[in-house]
Design a protein around this ligand. Structure first.
Ligand code: PLP
Length: 375
């Protein structure tokens, strides 16, 4: 039985073009990009080309791109960096209840340091109401961080509206775009944001690399102090190898045409599930404001983890986790008000560039068999 990978929101394979771009840096070009001699030249040039490729995807200046170790570090740098830099101005941060732990945990950390954090609610589709943001901003608010698209259900937030509200009140706006790069447009000026996080391994680059867009004029306190790498915003000798990978991945991510095909396959899967299971299956997330590759569905009255365990060779994720012997709904589904009866049966299928129609049809058939056996 062929394995079927439907967990692209967890991680993507390295694109062959990305691997090819990395190869010369595995085998040579070992110089430190900051050195002043011949061995540095190639590494330094590659680093700056890669920075330009990330900037081209985001529609920003190259000097607004800071390389990081991934999405988590980019989020930590944005939240803590802005909070520490603006301590004299205020102590209030606003985020949402459906954020990734790489936002929630830095917020909890800042709360331990005395920050006040407002967690905005979302509706049943996982979307927040920009008016709630408007009401939550105070004269002490220093930063708003709202994710672009949710990793579990794929719901896309009204970022442009939220960013406009923050800008009117002269509050910095950050968005975690780890899940949206290469799936939907992520141009910073169209979104109107000041800070944006990128995670390489969600977009066909390797794990361990990411970036933070920091708008010119926005100052953040670095998390890692040292020599003045990355414009003084993140110390540590840059890895040309990983930067080149992210740069190439971002170049590929500019072409969103593949996502049209992925969206068609995702919808085929959903229609097939509805035909097979009728009212026994429900969609979690927004029907239209949703990533084209993401399908989070609940098999009503069932346990998603048990279905997945029997779904031989199909890699996907559940919306619930087992804590001390009890199955608990994910915080995202809880925030959306999904009932345990529905939410326990949640499975996230996320498709990618290499997903084929045959794989979708085979996954549907395996699901039908597993659920038929389970009665
Ligand atoms: C929305 C979101 N933000 C941040 C991250 C963390 O990114 P990384 O794994 O590169 O640290 C993830 C990864 O799961 C994510 O889905």
């Amino acid at each position: 039985m062929q394995p079927i990978y439907l967990d692209y929101n967890a991680s993507t394979p390295i694109d062959p073009a990305v691997a090819a771009a990395m190869r010369p840096f595995l085998e040579g070009h070992y110089g430190n990009p900051s050195s002043g001699h011949w061995a540095a030249t190639r590494a330094k040039a590659a680093l700056e080309t890669a920075r330009g490729q990330v900037a081209a995807l985001l529609g920003c200046h190259a000097d607004e791109v800071v390389f990081t170790s991934g999405g988590s570090e980019a989020n930590n740098l944005a939240l803590k960096g802005a909070f520490f830099a603006l301590r004299d101005k205020g102590d209030h941060v606003i985020t949402a209840r459906i954020e990734h732990p790489a936002i929630v945990e830095p917020c909890h950390f800042l709360e331990r340091l005395g920050a006040r954090v407002t967690y905005l609610p979302v509706d049943g589709t996982g979307r927040l109401d920009p008016d709630d943001l408007r009401k939550a901003i105070t004269s002490r608010t220093v930063l708003v961080s709202i994710m672009h698209a949710n990793n579990e259900v794929g719901t896309i937030q009204p970022i442009e509206d939220c960013a406009r509200i923050a800008r009117e009140r002269e509050v910095l706006f950050h968005t975690d775009a780890a899940q949206s790069i290469g799936k939907i447009a992520t141009r910073v000026n169209e979104l109107g944001i000041d800070l944006l996080s990128v995670a390489g391994h969600k977009a066909y680059a390797p794990k361990g690399v990411g970036a933070l867009f920091v708008r010119r004029g926005v100052s953040i306190e670095p998390l890692i102090h040292g020599a003045g790498h990355e414009g003084g915003r993140r110390a540590g000798t840059e890895s040309a190898l990983l930067a080149v990978a992210l740069g190439k991945a971002c170049e590929l991510a500019r072409d969103l045409a593949a996502m049209d095909r992925v969206g068609v396959l995702r919808d085929r899967f959903w229609q097939g599930l509805q035909q097979q299971f009728g009212d026994g299956v429900v969609l979690n997330g927004h029907s239209t404001h949703r990533l084209p590759n993401t399908l989070n569905v609940s098999f009503v009255g069932r346990i998603g983890a048990q279905i997945l365990a029997r779904l031989d060779g199909v890699a996907a994720s559940t919306g619930s986790a087992c804590h001390s012997g009890r199955i608990e709904l994910s915080p995202v589904l809880q925030a959306m008000g999904v009932t345990p009866h529905v939410g326990m049966g949640a499975i996230r299928f996320s498709l990618g560039r290499s997903t084929t129609r045959d794989q979708i049809d085979a996954a549907l058939e395996r699901l039908t068999n597993v659920l038929a056996v389970a009665g």
